[in-house]
Design a protein around this ligand. Structure first.
Ligand SMILES: [Zn+2]
Length: 308
């Protein structure tokens, strides 16, 4: 089964400045270096991905975004700056996401048709973002974590790919982040910290469990996760000891076991088939049994109001 490989193209340090000090700083040149290293690996394995790119990365590193497009990766938008959806009003979200899409498309010369919200911030309170994304030409969203996380997630949302039907009759694909149900609870299994912190067998058996259910996996990564032992300078503006402690803890958690990312990724790329979201859903849809004889495949559908 073909699985999705999805990359959030962003800088680590400048998202810290936003999260801890609400300050926009330019992305570091290191983020471009890390992304090229990741693209080199994908070229070696002849695998294409979906890249969710920040508008500011396209603004600062246009040749990087052109390489992503030239090498056939599906183009997605992440945001303009690394702001969670809930930081915006609907009008602001429309304007800034539209600006990010235009910046990426102008640089890449190709259409952006996918979206992933920063920090999976499409939650029950921000479902208003989905019709706006459809207005902006987004066909594939991959922002919902069907899991009760500390900072994100909609625990009751569908676990497999599905079409979300909007009140005006339109619909868009949602390809949620991968989870499995085991030992009486739900576990996120594919990517980011879940790949770094746990043994490889955790991700491997998660993917196999998903396949046994007839579902493709959605593995996600960030280029900075392969940046081993980065020097994270303390950022200016942390005024209280509580903020400084939180900053230290966050970095400890985010920098831990980065050296393991690349070998684990290589192992998964050797063992499973990966591709961009559009290819995965085309192949998966074709494998679904039709509802009856000559009718088209029965794609799971969920009304927007049902999620809320
Ligand atoms: Zn991100």
């Amino acid at each position: 089964m073909l699985n999705a490989l999805t990359v959030d193209v962003e800088d680590y340090y400048n998202q810290l400045a936003i999260d801890f000090c609400d300050r926009i700083e330019p992305p570091r040149p290191q983020s471009e270096v890390d992304t090229h290293r990741m693209l080199d690996l994908f070229a070696e394995f002849r695998v294409r991905t979906t890249c969710f790119i920040l508008g500011e990365m396209a603004e600062h590193f246009p040749s990087l975004v052109r390489r992503i497009a030239d090498e056939g990766h599906q183009l997605g938008v992440h945001a303009y700056y690394h702001h969670q959806v809930w930081r915006h009003t609907p009008a602001q979200f429309r304007e800034i996401t539209g600006r990010a899409i235009k910046t990426i498309e102008d640089v890449a010369g190709r259409t952006v048709d996918a979206h992933r919200a920063v920090a999976f911030s499409i939650v029950k309170e921000t479902l208003w973002a989905l019709p706006i994304l459809a207005d902006l030409g987004i066909v594939y969203d991959s922002s919902i974590f069907p899991f009760k996380g500390r900072r994100y997630g909609i625990a009751t949302s569908a676990r497999g790919p599905h079409r979300i039907e909007l009140p005006d009759g339109r619909s868009l694909w949602e390809f949620p982040l991968s989870t499995v149900d085991a030992f009486g609870r739900r576990w996120p299994v594919c990517g980011g910290g879940y790949l770094r912190h746990f043994p490889l067998t955790y991700s491997r058996s998660g993917i196999r469990r998903l396949h046994a259910e007839g579902l493709p996996a959605n593995l996600y990564l960030h280029p900075y996760e392969i940046e081993v032992a980065p020097r994270i300078a303390p950022i200016d503006g942390l005024t209280s000891w509580r903020q400084r402690l939180k900053f230290r803890f966050f970095n400890f958690h985010q920098l831990r076991r980065r050296a393991e990312t690349l070998p684990k990724l290589r192992a998964l790329l050797s063992e499973f088939r990966f591709g961009p979201i559009d290819d995965v859903l085309r192949e998966w849809t074709a494998s679904l049994a039709p509802a009856s004889g000559a009718s088209p495949p029965s794609i799971p559908r969920v009304r927007l109001a049902q999620i809320a």
